[in-house]
Design a protein around this ligand. Structure first.
Ligand code: THU
Length: 135
């Protein structure tokens, strides 16, 4: 699946965002190695800290369904319309748990609305991961 198609799915997933507090709606689409796509949206909470980002929603859905191998994730977020939105630090750490930093890609919208890509190793260099614990 190409970047553009995956981004379209992320933008559609954004419509499901539950963001009554920030008004900032995010959608994500995660492509697994077997070709399955899992979507996610941000899910906020009145107590604030239980809020889950769109990217982690997608990862947790996928992992809970037995998926362990991932190719890329597309993310879009914004208040009015989908805009550039890069994964937060916590989501990058979750990606580092399951993805190869040198091949997993984050697909995003840049400031001019064009699609860009970055490798996980660029977004989270020198990360702490399973290998630090001998796993
Ligand atoms: N958010 C995401 O869903 N993903 C990100 O990568 C950045 C932030 C959500 C969390 C919160 O619901 C809202 O955006 C504002 O921070």
């Amino acid at each position: 699946m190409d970047h553009k198609e995956l981004m379209k799915i992320a933008m559609k997933a954004r419509e499901k965002a539950y963001a009554p507090y920030s008004g900032y709606r995010v959608g994500a689409a995660l492509l697994c190695e077997d070709g399955t796509v899992y979507t996610g949206c941000n899910i906020e909470n009145a107590a604030y800290t239980p809020t889950n980002c769109a990217e982690r929603t997608a990862f947790f859905k996928a992992v809970s369904e037995g998926q362990r191998h991932f190719v890329k994730i597309a993310v879009s977020g914004g208040r009015e319309t989908a805009a550039p939105c890069m994964p937060c630090g916590v989501c990058r750490q979750v990606m580092a748990e399951f993805c190869r930093p040198e091949s997993f890609k984050i697909v995003y919208l840049d400031d001019s609305g064009e699609i860009g890509e970055m490798l996980l190793k660029e977004l989270l260099p020198k990360s702490f991961g399973p290998e630090n614990l001998g796993s």
